[in-house]
Design a protein around this ligand. Structure first.
Ligand SMILES: Nc1nc2c(ncn2[C@@H]2O[C@H](COP(=O)(O)OP(=O)(O)OP(=O)(O)O)[C@@H](O)[C@H]2O)c(=O)[nH]1
Ligand SMILES: [Mg+2]
Length: 301
């Protein structure tokens, strides 16, 4: 299966070459996967485009999408997704925050049959460094609220670094979010359609070069808008939405989910899986409460 890595980049001249290189080394050289790397440059005012152009000269698997205004993280992701030619899409940050080894872990999970892989920075085995404390606190509160609203065990849905089958991306679109709220639009769209999702611990490190583009005070209303849209879709029209899914959904005994009997079985399987997840989450919380000294993930700020 071909892997497409979409990297939104805004003023990342100091990071993008190292970012692409570490991906090439792991994905191409070490693992020998068929891949493409699509860098989406959003009117950067630095040398980002020129640096990527040099990388393209040495590796035809690297591509550059130059956007015209208006800019925005969500618009950049949407432009990148339109260009994808692979079977699996990974959204990856240009600021060296993500670990290329986790891309391989995502890829293997999809090979195992999952439709989406959500990395979590807050599970046993996760490794998080240099996370600004205010963002960390807001992240944990927001993600806990999302977990309660969607009754889901996945605890890092706002993180963009995730993998999806391309067919899932196409099924869940078109997308509307223009900024960082696309992280929620993508992950929650897959969640409410009940695609088969795996969550695995990942490593993450705060940027060492360049400036952060995520401004909490500007993004709040956008996250809220996407969150409420997905919440009401889930509670009011989830059946209509799921009926339009054309691609592989989790069904242990049959792929044809259009047969009514199968649909009933499918719903029952999903309910069962959701309950198992919630139970797992409750057991985890219980364990954490019983051993307060033991931290679930390494988080250094
Ligand atoms: N194309 C494009 N890329 C963007 C835009 N805003 C952010 N990015 C990229 O998206 C990725 C994440 O942006 P960051 O600024 O690191 O935001 P963040 O990771 O949420 O914030 P930090 O935790 O502070 O790093 C980086 O690769 C940025 O270059 C944008 O408007 N357009
Ligand atoms: Mg970042």
């Amino acid at each position: 299966m071909k892997l497409s890595i979409v990297i939104p980049a805004y003023n990342e001249a100091g990071n993008i070459a190292a970012c692409v290189k570490e991906l090439q080394d792991v994905v191409g050289v070490r693992e020998g996967l068929d891949y493409e790397i699509i860098v989406v440059n959003d009117n950067s005012t630095d040398e980002t485009a020129a640096v990527v152009q040099q990388l393209i000269d040495n590796d035809s698997s690297v591509r550059l999408v130059n956007r015209t205004p208006p800019g925005g993280f969500g618009r950049a992701i949407r432009s990148g997704l339109d260009e994808v030619s692979g079977d699996i899409v990974v959204i990856y940050m240009a600021d060296l925050s993500d670990d290329p080894n986790d891309v391989i872990a995502y890829y293997r999970k999809i090979e195992d049959g999952y439709d989406c892989v959500f990395g979590s920075r807050f599970r046993t085995g996760s490794n998080v460094q240099h996370y600004p404390w205010l963002k960390l606190v807001v992240n944990r509160i927001v993600n806990r609220c999302i977990q309660l609203m969607f009754w889901t065990p996945y605890n890092d849905l706002t993180n963009a670094f995730k993998a999806y089958r391309t067919s899932v991306i196409r099924d869940c679109g078109p997308y509307q979010a223009s900024h960082f709220n696309i992280t929620l639009e993508l992950s929650l769209s897959a969640l409410i359609r009940r695609y088969r999702i795996a969550e695995i611990p990942i490593s993450w490190s705060g940027r060492q070069w360049g400036a952060s583009n995520l401004r909490l005070q500007e993004m709040g209303r956008r996250y809220l808008s996407t969150l409420l849209m997905m919440f009401f879709q889930r509670i009011l029209v989830a059946d209509d939405i799921r009926a339009e899914c054309s691609t592989s959904r989790p069904h242990p005994s049959a792929n044809d989910v259009t047969v009514p009997h199968d649909e009933v079985e499918f719903e029952a399987d999903c309910e069962e899986r959701d309950l198992a997840h919630v139970l797992e989450e409750l057991q985890r919380v219980q364990k954490d409460l019983q051993s307060p000294a033991q931290q679930p993930a390494t988080v250094k700020s």
